[in-house]
Write a protein that binds this ligand. Sequence first.
Ligand code: PEP
Ligand code: MN
Length: 338
Amino acid sequence: MIIVMDKGVSQKNLNHLVEVVEKAGLKAHIIKGTSKTIIGVIGNANKLDKDSINALDFVEKIMPIQKPYKRASREVHPDNTVVDVKGIKFGSDDLVMIAGPCSVESEDQMFEIANALKKMGVKVFRSSAYKPRTSPYAFQGLGEKGLKIIDKVRKETGLIVETEVMDPRNVEVAAKYVDILRIGARNTQNFDLLKEVGKTNKPVILKNGIATTVEEWLFAAEYIMNEGNNNVILCERGIRTFEPLTRNTLNLSVIPILKKLTHLPIIVDPCHAAGTRGPIPALSKAAIAVGADGLMVEVHNDPEHALSDQSQQLKIKEFETMYADLKKIGLAVGRKFV
Ligand code: PEP
Ligand code: MN
């Protein structure tokens, strides 16, 4: 249920309502929007006396929440959520580019790529210290050693850094070294991991699973938000279809659909969908044209010799050309890369 009030409602009245909700054993999720203040009631709203709430003079109306996910639903939060990471605003009018290698391999590799990207104006640097590999014999990532390299890049370049977490036991240490945590496609429904990142104060990039529905994906976001962390950035990374010519199929139709269903920002990773470099510039342009709030792109100084995803990481020069083109697409849809 949603309780809608004018945005000028007093703190005393708001506290009173929160108390009523919590006394009934339910959770109150307060959202202060541009024109309204809303309390999203999480739990069985039948436990509340709706008539007496409706009778309060500062309550405009009460409405049921139609969607099964509550906190992630636009019904509860009509305005876009803007996830602000050190001044970079995901979900605002700005477009955000996240770029960097698939894996942390060495300090030299990381600094070479980070410095080149920084020169081009990229503000957010991606790289994984923990690697979800299909084969247990493939490179598994540098773990904490990799996190320390990421941290060194952050300190020396001033770039915002992010990394994937796969194991609830590594969330705390990763949160020490990075600005944004990422949940990859293989862990979209790892509920213990979602709860763990929900307990941190770090923004979370949440990818779709290769076979999750939009509703399952939003439920995954709900797990994170339920722990008190509302800074969730959705990232479309392709779904598994029957088509073998691409690694996965980039599902750009989810962008307008998600924009309607949720207030959360949504970015696109074209690389893990495509699986090869060729389609990445065209897919990236399409993602911005269709309304994505940004992109996550893999860039490597020597992709042919990378320790993971050799065929889909863009060369630095290729990225530079693509980024210049993307800025034009951004302007055509009234948005600008920061
Ligand atoms: C990644 O971004 O490094 C990654 C492993 O992607 P995904 O989880 O989408 O497969
Ligand atoms: Mn990769």
